[in-house]
Design a protein around this ligand. Structure first.
Ligand code: 2AM
Ligand code: CA
Ligand code: CA
Ligand code: CA
Length: 264
């Protein structure tokens, strides 16, 4: 794979797509619901995905694309070069806040993550990683992550998971929330994973994400020595929905041992 060339093109396209999204703030959005009343999609999510697919297929006709909005290829496996794209991660924020959403692109070769890009559009902040060459924030290398104690950790967590819900007993993560220094919820999984990679959050956990939500983030996390697993501590399956637990090393082990093992 020509990593540097692909990264340069992906960066150009992600910034261009970001500009188009910002321009759409001036237009009337067409908003639809997907699996439930709070699961939203707009014409801009769909247009942005189509924009990337057109660019990729023109330049790299053999590459395949998996996109959240379903305009790409149907994938059963990850052979060859595959772009896994979330055109807008944090659609609810895009609609309501006009900020706190990202474009997420993970590029895999034969199932191995090679290039990850997460672009916080409104802040114009680009996180990217190249396998074996490190992770960067706006071009500045991100240092390797070190551990912190639970009592000094800030974790990314949606309040849903500490109230009655159908996926997890609220007392499990409730106990962790009581013991950490603080919690945050940004409403964009890609931005939250990028924040862990950049050391601004110490961990992030959630009960259900899809491949396009975490494909880029996993590549960033690996490059800074973070740990990514399911909430049970098991490997994440790239083409499936998973529970997700991303953390600084050391802290990951402490949280698994003290709060999650045997309870989930
Ligand atoms: P999305 O905005 O691309 O849909 C908070 O909603 C985070 O969880 C976002 O990153 C969102 O991605 C993701 N998410 C995953 N599955 C979701 C669902 N069914 N409904 C809403 N958000 C979902
Ligand atoms: Ca969505
Ligand atoms: Ca998403
Ligand atoms: Ca999305």
């Amino acid at each position: 794979m020509k990593e540097n060339e692909i990264l340069t093109n992906a960066t150009t396209w992600i910034k261009e797509a970001g500009e188009r999204i910002v321009q759409s703030f001036q237009t009337t959005l067409s908003i639809e619901t997907k699996t439930n009343a709070n699961d939203l999609v707009t014409n801009i999510d769909k247009d942005t995905e189509k924009f990337f697919i057109a660019k990729i297929k023109e330049k790299y006709p053999k590459h395949r694309v998996l996109g959240e909005e379903g305009n790409g290829d149907r994938l059963e496996e990850l052979k060859g070069i595959v772009w896994i794209i979330d055109p807008i991660d944090g659609t609810m924020n895009f609609i309501h806040q006009h900020r706190n959403f990202a474009i997420s692109i993970g590029i895999y070769e034969d199932g191995v993550g090679k290039i990850g890009l997460i672009y916080d559009v409104v802040q114009d902040e680009l996180y990217y990683a190249l396998k074996g060459k490190g992770a960067f924030f706006n071009g500045v290398p991100l240092p390797k992550l070190t551990s912190v104690n639970i009592s000094e950790a800030i974790i990314g967590l949606n309040a849903t998971w500490v109230t009655p819900n159908r996926r997890i007993d609220p007392s499990i993560l409730g106990a962790l929330v009581r013991d950490v220094r603080g919690t945050r919820s940004y409403g964009s999984a890609a931005i939250e994973i990028a924040q862990v990679a950049a050391g601004r959050l110490d961990a992030y956990m959630t009960l259900r994400l899809s491949p396009w939500d975490f494909a880029a983030g996993l590549i960033l996390i690996e490059e800074v020595g973070g740990v990514a697993s399911t909430l049970k501590g098991e490997p994440i399956q790239l083409l499936e929905q998973n529970t997700i637990f991303i953390s600084r090393p050391g802290l990951h082990e402490q949280i698994l041992k003290n709060y999650l093992y045997g309870k989930i």
